[in-house]
Design a binder for this molecule. Structure first.
Ligand SMILES: Cc1ncc(COP(=O)(O)O)c(C=O)c1O
Length: 398
């Protein structure tokens, strides 16, 4: 049977990582992989995570099945973190949450849930979006369409075009929005723009699905959740997919959450029963370890404060790297305006150079990024920014 198969194209980022590892250049730089790195290039385990994990090891009494919802305590705490515990959707008991295997698991639960509601479902994603959104929803049998989002030419949001498209979308469709730190563009909606999008969502009646993979990496946990919170307070139905991979540094533990907001508590119960059925058919039950760590942190005022402090260090480093690169490029004589990098948010931005220039950076300078020139901001550091800016300057001047 397997002889019928032909190979799938390799993941471009994994291919890039393999090439980077083999490269012997002493100044090589990896701007491909989207994980947080400290100045030394490590992705550290947060101190609050270490403590919570120790507590978990000391107190855990059983490894018995946890059930398709995952830990109820985690679900409550992570929903409060996302929506805010005073959100009208929370106080009216309209929110239900399941723990999921990472943000990707959450998106897949959402995809199967959407498909179950409407077999002809269409999901609208931003152009561009995280590449996996497309494969993931198509794998669930959902048609993926795009709405205009990032203007590569002007390094700006195509907001009017985005609104014009959203204004044509029908009730049965789903619209995927990035809560903050848009991947891959770093271009986020302002609060005023969120308000306009929420108005159109209400007007058209489509279902918003917000993907929040970077809460706390932009401006802070509350500011980053503005769109999620306002949307939940203003629409009947909504789906939120969140991830603890980046903000808790729990990448390999695979912990995230899928929350649904329904019209009222009764509708939320019915919707939840369908979500739980979807989970049972997909993977039965989520992993428990990451959820236990997160619930230990969020459930302790001391550990939560420590986490917020550690998260701020990661956020400040990313925002600092953005400003540092822009300043260095000016210092190295680059006249092209790169100031947009300092204004954008989160782990990624498009440098906005051609694929040929990307290839040249790799061949001549051992600087690795994907062809679209999306760079992972955490790969920049005080020790490599001079070399990086000099190399970009050289490539631009040819
Ligand atoms: C926009 C977006 N959504 C979801 C995810 C999935 O995160 P996780 O690693 O928790 O599956 C990512 C990860 O890079 C992402 O960038």
């Amino acid at each position: 049977m397997f002889e019928k198969l032909s190979p799938m194209p390799a993941d471009p980022i994994l291919g890039l990582m393999a090439k980077y590892r083999q490269d012997q250049h002493p100044n090589k730089i990896d701007l491909g992989v989207g994980v947080f790195k400290d100045e030394a290039g490590h992705t550290p385990i947060l101190a609050c995570v270490k403590q919570a994990e120790q507590h978990r090891i000391d107190t855990e009494e059983t490894k018995v099945y946890i059930g398709p919802t995952g830990s109820p305590e985690f679900n409550k705490l992570i929903a409060d973190l996302a929506f805010g515990n005073d959100n009208p959707a929370i106080t009216a008991n309209r929110v239900r949450t399941v723990s999921t295997p990472g943000g990707t698991g959450s998106l897949r639960v959402a995809a199967d849930f959407i498909k179950r509601i409407n077999p002809n479902s269409v999901i609208w994603v931003s152009d561009p979006t995280w590449a996996n959104h497309i494969g993931l929803f198509e794998a669930a049998g959902i048609t993926v369409k795009t709405y205009p989002y990032y203007d590569h030419q002007n390094k700006a949001l195509k907001f009017d075009e985005m609104l014009a498209t959203l204004s044509q979308i029908c009730r049965d469709d789903v619209v995927l929005l990035h809560a903050c730190c848009h991947n891959p563009s770093g271009m986020d909606l302002t609060t005023e723009q969120w308000d306009r999008v929420i108005d159109i969502t209400k007007q058209q009646g489509f279902t918003p699905l917000i993907d929040m993979a970077y809460q706390g990496f932009g401006d802070g946990v509350d500011v980053d959740a503005y769109g999620v919170r306002q949307m939940a307070a203003n629409v009947d139905d909504m789906i939120l997919c969140s991830s603890c991979s980046k903000n808790f540094g729990l990448y390999r533990e695979r912990i995230g959450a899928c929350s649904i907001v329904a019209k009222d508590s009764n509708a939320a119960d019915i919707t939840y029963s369908v979500i739980l059925y979807v989970v049972r058919c997909l993977y039965s039950m989520p992993p428990a370890h990451g959820a236990a760590i997160v619930e230990t942190i969020l459930g302790s005022s001391e550990l939560k404060q420590q986490w917020l402090d550690e998260l701020k260090v990661m956020r400040d480093r990313i925002n600092g790297n953005r400003a540092m690169l822009v300043n260095k490029l000016i210092e190295k004589g680059v006249t092209r305006d790169f100031s947009f990098i300092a204004e954008q948010k989160g782990m990624f931005s498009f440098l906005g150079i051609t694929p040929e220039q990307v290839a040249k950076l790799q061949q001549d300078h051992s600087i690795y990024m994907v062809d679209s020139s999306r760079i992972s901001i955490a790969g920049i550091g005080k020790t490599n920014v001079d070399y990086l800016a000099e190399s970009i300057a050289k490539v631009l001047s040819v």
